[in-house]
Ligand binder design. Structure first.
Ligand code: AMP
Length: 239
């Protein structure tokens, strides 16, 4: 597969076309942003770790029957993915209360929810990714009812699969964000990335934060946390 034309650069990734019109190359960047990019930094090695972690997780989900855009990892920083048109909705799943949920609703931090909470946010940096309902998504044409039904079903399946996977590594999957897209044949695919940038991971025993909260809250050793996730994920893969 040959890398062709540079297409665009986002906050955490760059995208190129290839000689196959249905395949893109994604490169993971070291830049880290939080609070709608009000806080920014770059951490050497972060892009590599997210690429490695996300590749393994997408492969795991693919093997379990989740339709994804992931094709293969090329090297330390790059992946081959299926070209998709991203649905402009960020889907957040929460198993434990924290983050913006607690800020927005004033609910207690650290409560285990009786069942996973699925929330939709409009993917729009200029608006600060506002929370929306299914009706907003339908009435403004951001997705169809059929897509929303599938998105919810796949999201809950990903949550069960990854919660179990991480618990096996001594990690609690607290919450995470997913994005979906449609390929050239209109199939709905899980897209974007799954990494410590997009998930909250707590060590099961110490409750240490092993994710981007270390950056958001200035807890220190951000890279060490990402390395720890990769260490556990890769040791599971080696089994
Ligand atoms: P929050 O709404 O900030 O509490 O985030 C809930 C979960 O979704 C956390 O695991 C975040 O890392 C993730 N998340 C929410 N918005 C984004 C975003 N724009 N980019 C990456 N991850 C996000």
């Amino acid at each position: 597969m040959e890398k062709r034309e540079f297409l665009y650069e986002g906050k955490a990734k760059k995208v190129w076309t290839t000689d196959d019109p249905s395949v893109y190359v994604v490169e993971y960047k070291n830049s880290l942003t939080a609070f709608n990019a009000l806080k920014k930094d770059s951490i050497e090695g972060k892009g590599r770790l997210n690429n490695l972690i996300s590749s393994v997780l997408f492969e795991h989900l693919g093997k379990k029957g989740v339709p994804t855009h992931f094709i293969s990892r090329i090297d330390d920083l790059q992946q081959l993915v299926r070209k998709v048109t991203i649905i402009p909705i960020e889907v957040v799943v929460r198993n434990i209360t924290t983050g913006t949920l607690c800020k927005r609703l004033g609910v207690e931090e650290g409560k285990v929810l009786p069942r996973p909470l699925v929330e939709l946010y409009l993917k729009d940096d200029a608006l600060g990714d506002p929370i929306i309902t299914e009706d907003h998504a339908l009435l403004f044409g951001w997705s169809t009812q059929e897509q929303l039904n599938k998105i919810k079903e796949i999201t809950l399946k990903v949550n069960s699969l990854l919660s179990e996977y991480f618990l096996g590594l001594g990690i609690i999957l607290v919450d995470f964000k997913l994005e979906f897209g449609t390929d050239t044949e209109d199939n709905l695919l899980l897209a974007d990335e799954i990494s410590p940038d997009t998930c909250r991971f707590w060590d099961r025993d110490t409750k240490n934060r092993l994710d981007k909260d270390r950056f958001r809250k200035d807890l220190g050793d951000v890279l060490g946390a990402y390395e720890e996730i990769w260490r556990r994920v890769s040791s599971a893969e080696a089994l």
